[in-house]
Design a protein around this ligand. Structure first.
Ligand SMILES: Nc1nc2c(c(=O)[nH]1)N[C@H]1C(S)=C(S)[C@@H](COP(=O)(O)OP(=O)(O)OC[C@H]3O[C@@H](n4cnc5c(N)ncnc54)[C@H](O)[C@@H]3O)O[C@H]1N2
Ligand code: MOO
Ligand SMILES: [Mg+2]
Length: 397
């Protein structure tokens, strides 16, 4: 049996080598950038007028001049104009190039215009130049974005500004989601009294979808020979297998044997955690990564968020932030296992406060609808006090 830290370290040292693809900028949000983006021009590309008003020469202001004849209007989108009379002004609009020969903008709020002449009404009007200087934000050819960035709306704006209508992004590995268990029936079927509908595969597929990752759903029976055959077939088109069930000590828990028969090498089986203790992880020489998760639905769910989600994000060269939350009430858990406590986290004055709602065990997946994530309580303690801080693994906002 390995610890949670050991299991995570094994999983994260077996990352997947992602392929890349090109997507339209309009489809790029939430994808991971796979190319370096440099500035094709200075940011901003010219001295940009930052306030609507008039542009003058500071020298004229310094000489005491407060009245400026208006000789032209410089609109945004017009080529840069030049001030002809040294004691004149040009009316300028935000976003326009600063006219040649001018070096300070006086806002309309600080002047009055009469007979095509601006009369400045504030002695402080020239304190600020109101010019957004060429290249102050970024210089031409400087690096704006490195590969591995999860694209948010902020990066989309940058990509648009350098004319990237198509963007190179990393591709998620091809995944198969496989349920096992003879008690499980299709969701459209009416279960007999001893049967239940499959839910883990749908939960996994949905959790993957929130990351932008697709996965095809399969089901295998609790029969070793047919499981090996089924896995062989599925593995032909998949790079990652995510299984649920069949990994514990039962007479019909054939998943570890079937995987090894397929040539998948076990890297660990059993993690000192609750839920999710029977978790099995392995890789094959052919580049297949296999997460065989315990079947109890809360275990399946927790293992996805604690191991698989960070594994895939790290494989796509991006890592997700480690969050922490403050336990809001005392909690005890005696076994020397890492305990993933179900909690509802509330933001109270900027602090994430985690309210325990442990639920009825790893079979009680109905409780997941009441909580926002898991608080990771270390195996080294059994009493956890309100006010202590622990890693928090959210599965919803
Ligand atoms: N003697 C022992 N028995 C068990 C141990 C143990 O250490 N010694 N570990 C327990 C723990 S912890 C867990 S978790 C489960 C894991 O069992 P398996 O991975 O073998 O899963 P199954 O036996 O196939 O199923 C367990 C449970 O989950 C339900 N299940 C499975 N798949 C689905 C699905 N797709 N949708 C909904 N529900 C599913 C299944 O019906 C079972 O009720 O083993 C304990 N036993
Ligand atoms: O640890 Mo199991 O994963 O109780 O359900
Ligand atoms: Mg079992």
């Amino acid at each position: 049996m390995v610890s949670v830290a050991e299991a995570a370290s094994v999983v994260f040292s077996n990352l997947f080598q992602p392929a890349t693809t090109s997507v339209s900028l309009t489809d790029a949000v939430n994808k991971v950038l796979a190319e370096r983006i440099t500035a094709d021009r200075d940011f901003p590309p010219f001295d940009r007028v930052a306030m609507d008003g008039i542009a003058i020469r500071r020298d004229a202001w310094k000489m005491g001049q407060r009245t400026f004849p208006l000789e032209a209007v410089q609109a945004a989108g017009e080529p840069r104009k030049t001030l002809k009379g040294k004691t004149n002004a040009i009316e300028v609009m935000t976003g326009a190039p600063m006219p040649a020969g001018t070096d300070v903008v006086i806002r309309y709020e600080d002047l009055r215009i009469e007979d095509a002449t601006a009369h400045v009404t504030s002695e402080m009007a020239a304190d600020n130049a109101f010019i957004h200087r060429q290249a102050v934000d970024a210089e031409k050819d400087s690096v704006l974005l490195e590969p591995g960035i999860l694209l948010s709306s902020a990066e989309i704006a940058l990509l648009a500004s350098v004319g990237k209508s198509r963007v190179k992004v990393y591709v998620f590995p091809k995944a198969a989601i496989i349920s096992t268990g003879d008690e499980l029936v299709h969701i459209d079927d009416i279960p007999l009294p001893h049967q239940i509908r499959r839910s883990n595969t749908y939960a996994l597929q949905a959790a993957m979808k929130t990351l932008g990752w697709e996965g095809a759903i399969h089901h295998l029976k609790d029969d070793k020979a047919s499981m090996i055959e089924g896995l062989k077939k599925i593995a032909q088109t998949a790079e990652v297998l995510i299984l649920s069930g069949g990994v514990s000590k039962g007479k019909f828990d054939f998943v570890p044997d079937a995987l090894e028969a397929l040539g998948v090498k076990k890297l660990f089986h059993q993690v000192s955690q609750r839920p999710g203790k029977p978790f099995w992880f392995g890789v094959s020489g052919a580049g297949l990564t296999v997460f065989a998760l315990p079947g109890n639905p809360v275990s399946t769910y927790m293992c996805f968020y604690r191991y698989i989600r960070p594994w895939v994000m790290k494989s796509l060269k991006t890592s997700t932030d480690l969050l922490y939350a403050v336990l809001a009430a005392d909690f005890s858990f005696a076994p020397s296992l890492t305990y993933f406590l179900q909690v509802t986290v509330k933001n109270e004055n900027g602090k994430l406060m985690a309210y325990p709602d442990a639920g009825g065990g790893s079979g009680d997946f109905a409780n997941l609808k009441n909580v926002t994530g898991f608080l990771e309580l270390p195996a080294t303690a059994s009493v956890f006090k309100a006010g202590e801080t622990f890693p928090y693994i959210p599965f919803r906002q």
